[in-house]
Design a protein around this ligand. Structure first.
Ligand SMILES: [Zn+2]
Length: 87
C-alpha cells in the first residue's frame, strides 16, 4: 500500500493534480489524503475557485506558511488587503 502524502506534499502536488498532470499512482495518493484531511479538501476547493477566477493556475501554490506571512503583511499595511479597490 502506498502511503498517502502529507499536507505539505499535497500543497506541492495540488497544481499538477488540478491540471491532471499527476500520474495515476500520485492521483490515487492525493485522493486518499483528501479522503481523510478536511483541511486539504478546503484548500483544494479554494484552489479550484482561484483557477476559475483567474482562468489559469497561479504560477506557484500558496503554502500555508506563505499565506500566513502574506496575511500578516496585509494586516500591517494600510492597503485594506482583501477588500476590492475603490474606483
Ligand atoms: Zn492534508
Amino acid at each position: 500500500m502506498v502511503p498517502a502524502p502529507t499536507c505539505q506534499e499535497f500543497v506541492e502536488l495540488v497544481t499538477d493534480y488540478l491540471e491532471g498532470a499527476t500520474s495515476p499512482a500520485v492521483t490515487a495518493r492525493v485522493d486518499a489524503h483528501l479522503g481523510r484531511c478536511s483541511d486539504c479538501r478546503t484548500y483544494l476547493a479554494q484552489m479550484r475557485h482561484t483557477v476559475r477566477a483567474l482562468g489559469a493556475l497561479p504560477p506557484e501554490p500558496v503554502s500555508p506558511a506563505a499565506e500566513r506571512d502574506l496575511l500578516r503583511l496585509c494586516r500591517r499595511s494600510r492597503l485594506g488587503c482583501g477588500s476590492p479597490p475603490r474606483a
